[in-house]
Design a protein around this ligand. Structure first.
Ligand SMILES: [Zn+2]
Ligand SMILES: [Zn+2]
Length: 259
């Protein structure tokens, strides 16, 4: 594995990592993964994400309210997130935020309200966002068409849609981030999208502990498996592995404003 991978979406604060989090983080760079962008899903998890980023130079933090819990947040959640971001320059993104109509664990109207409020927060803080969108393409594209102006170039995480949808997002300036599903043997449509999306518009991520890529499918996912995703897309594109990794790595730095 080369030494130029950046896992752009992980949940290392998840309790499934309680037993070996330190071990995984100690081993990261040995596995070729230099950095991880760790998500926040609610206020407590966002605080945990920031704590982890403060402890580990290989971790950057995103903070935000996941659509699943959009109806369970305190009224002053925006102030809390804002304080957290302003008090710490290792907070590099607002995420994960978005819409999930598949599970619809919070009412869709609440999801839209909380999502749009957090887009505005990201604009105020000059941070990019990491977007979760599941079974919500129409509302997501409508919202992004209306609200992307003034937002830093941002990320559609774990993209699973069509070429047409990818094009809409790219035209709005978004990076398309691919996760484990692109490696699944029958993911022909998604592999077609990965061929179509220019590498300059692309990021890679694990979304660990979820969605482990082939050949680790079914196991708990880890940041080090991001190399399998890079390998799959690189093969689809017929690119040299190192070249592919270098470009996607640079994209990661660009979107997070890192040098
Ligand atoms: Zn997600
Ligand atoms: Zn996630």
């Amino acid at each position: 594995m080369p030494l130029n991978l950046f896992d752009m979406h992980a949940h290392l604060t998840d309790e499934r990592f309680d037993v070996d989090r330190a071990f995984i983080l100690n081993d990261l760079q040995k596995e070729g993964v230099n950095y991880v962008l760790n998500m926040g899903t609610d206020i407590e998890d966002s605080k945990a994400s920031v704590r982890l980023a403060n402890e580990r130079s290989s971790v950057f933090a995103a903070i935000g309210i996941h659509p699943h819990v959009a109806s369970e947040i305190p009224e002053n959640y925006l102030d809390k997130l804002s304080e957290l971001a302003k008090s710490n320059d290792r907070v590099r993104a607002i995420g994960e935020i978005g819409l999930d109509y598949h599970y619809e664990l919070s009412p869709s109207e609440t999801q839209r309200k909380v999502f749009i409020e957090q887009i505005q927060l990201a604009k105020d803080l000059s941070l990019p966002i990491s977007i979760h969108s599941r079974d919500a393409t129409q509302d997501m594209t409508d919202i992004l068409k209306e609200h992307s102006k003034g937002l830093k170039r941002s990320i559609i995480h774990c993209f699973s849609g069509s070429k047409e949808t990818a094009k809409i997002y790219m035209d709005l300036g978004y990076y398309i981030s691919f996760a484990g599903p692109v490696t699944f043997k029958t993911a022909y449509n998604l592999q077609d999208v990965a061929k179509y999306v220019p590498v300059e518009n692309m990021l890679i991520e694990t979304d660990c502990p979820y969605l482990a890529p082939t050949p680790m499918r079914g196991n708990r996912n880890e940041p080090k498996y991001v190399g399998y995703i890079a390998d799959t897309i690189c093969n689809l594109k017929g690119m040299v592995f190192e070249d592919f990794c270098d470009i996607v790595y640079k994209n990661s730095f660009d979107v997070l404003g890192l040098k």
